[in-house]
Design a binder for this molecule. Structure first.
Ligand code: TGC
Ligand code: FAD
Length: 405
């Protein structure tokens, strides 16, 4: 626990967040009143509770664990999942909007929410038994429980099908052995959705709960990225997992990859939020910063940067809006999601880099969010499928040729 008093930080930073989202093409007209309401309530929450504290937690490389319940309360966990399990029952556009507002603040905060909603609650909802849904979903939705998703292993990142974590049957339970690494939320998680192979080499999802003997979650230290998000390993040393903790509804790699479709979709909205925050910050700064006797916004080189940033942001906004519609119709393909995740993270990174230049030296300080966004986005470029992997998914879709192996 940190020694400071959160309310002191809140008081000191209250009102400093002047964020206004760019909407150059009037895309608000494409949103419903419900979408706008959702956006407004998350934006207000972010301004009041997250913006004042995020820099502090990122600088100290601490996860603000107290926000988990807050995120549950505002409906950020599984907003697209059914109300009968305590979730939001909203559409995918609302889900995207929530991820965008959270990542506008910090990619690590969005990570916490998208892992919980798309990678923990979603698989339980889609592949779990009724008993598992009743047991876990309402408490995950409220933030009483925090979950994580274990797919990546030390020797199997882009190629998760090669995983070696495995379980064998022993009477009325299974015995799980192996290790996962780079797992968001792991150090604080109450439960993990773990993808592991059975004796026949088939991949299944297991719900591994904190407190099970032989299960540990060492923290990953010294990250320069996603510093306000907790990352760790999952280590399984002869962990006894009850048989009714296995997700009955799926086997094979398509289980985790189906969950990743939902999470990658959320990232395509989220990364754009980080880009929009960098653009807003750079535009505001450029109008205030005087050099050579006038605001730097008046120099053509700075206008070029801002105009190109807004162009890319506007294209990306249209992309996710349409993808949201395809998601709601249930017809978004994995390759369409890859295109959006890949494009929007890439443009977010380039917007962050350009914005950083507009702020000059101030751009590298914690006074502004840009450097934090930029460092975060380096992880976002890599997790949930690297930039290269999404290109290859797209390449396979359009040519019919598999370039992975
Ligand atoms: P491949 O042979 O192509 O496919 C195996 C089976 O999976 C099916 N499939 C999919 N199903 C649903 N959605 C998708 N997107 C799918 N892609 C493939 C496929 O039809 C097949 O099904 P079946 O029934 O025939 O068995 O698999 P492959 O071994 O060649 O690998 C494919 C590849 C490279 C695309 C995939 O493995 C991949 O996406 N690799 C990247 C790994 C990755 O994204 N890891 C993410 C880890 S989780 C994470 O990073 C969370 S960070 C969260 C945060 O903090 O926000
Ligand atoms: P590698 O797969 O070793 O790739 C290294 C490089 O080789 C990359 O540039 C890649 O694009 C390239 N490459 C690989 N294969 C090919 C190919 N066939 N053709 C061309 N180039 C190729 N995982 C989880 O399961 N759960 C989580 O919650 C989670 N959270 C994460 C949080 C953070 C902060 C980070 C950094 C990662 C997280 N991950 C998580 C892991 C993440 O999904 C992996 O890092 C990612 O899938 C890439 O795997 P890798 O790091 O092993 O890289």
């Amino acid at each position: 626990m940190s020694e400071f008093n959160i309310s002191d930080i809140l008081d000191a930073n209250q009102g400093k967040d002047s964020y206004v989202a760019p909407d150059f093409y009037g895309l608000d007209d494409l949103l419903t009143d419900e979408h706008k309401l959702v956006r407004q309530s998350v934006r207000e929450y972010v301004k009041k509770e997250l913006s004042p504290i995020i820099e502090h937690f990122a600088q100290k490389a601490e996860f603000p664990i107290h926000i988990v319940k807050q995120l549950g309360k505002i409906g950020a966990f599984g907003p697209q999942l059914p109300t009968k399990y305590g979730c939001g029952g909203m559409d995918y556009t609302s889900y995207g909007i929530i991820m965008q507002e959270l990542e506008r603040c910090d990619s690590g905060i969005r990570s916490t929410a998208s892992v919980q909603g798309s990678l923990v609650m979603y698989p339980i909802c889609k592949f779990g038994s009724e008993e598992q849904k009743q047991r876990f979903l309402p408490r995950l939705a409220s933030g009483d429980l925090l979950g994580c998703f274990g797919l990546t292993e030390p020797d199997h990142g882009s190629n998760p099908g090669g995983m070696t974590t495995h379980f064998i049957e022993k009477g009325d339970h299974y015995v799980l052995n192996g290790a996962k690494m780079w797992i968001s939320n792991a150090p604080f998680a109450d439960l993990a959705i773990v993808w592991a192979k059975n004796e026949a080499g088939k991949i299944h999802g297991l719900i591994v709960e904190r407190g099970m003997e032989g299960f540990s979650t060492p923290t990953t230290h010294n990250k320069w990225s996603l510093r306000a998000s907790a990352t760790g390993e999952l280590v399984f040393d002869n962990v006894r997992v009850p048989k009714n903790n296995v997700l009955p509804g799926v086997s094979g790699l398509k289980g985790p990859l189906t969950c990743l479709n939902s999470a990658r979709y959320g990232i395509s909205w989220g990364a754009l939020g980080a880009a929009m925050d960098c653009y807003h910050t750079a535009l505001t700064y450029s109008k205030q910063r005087i050099q050579f006797g006038k605001p730097i916004a008046g120099f053509q080189l700075q206008q070029k940067k801002l105009a190109e940033m807004l162009t890319e942001i506007t294209k990306a906004q249209l992309l996710v809006w349409r993808l949201g519609q395809l998601m709601d119709k249930g017809i978004a393909s994995a390759a369409q999601i890859s295109l959006a995740k890949r494009n929007n993270v890439e443009i977010a990174l380039s917007v962050a880099r350009e914005a950083r230049q507009i702020l000059g030296g101030m751009g590298i300080t914690g006074e502004f969010p840009i450097m934090r966004h930029m460092m975060n986005l380096e992880s976002v470029l890599t997790y949930e499928g690297t930039h290269d992997i999404h290109l290859l998914i797209l390449g396979m879709e359009i040519t019919g040729e598999n370039a992975f192996n």
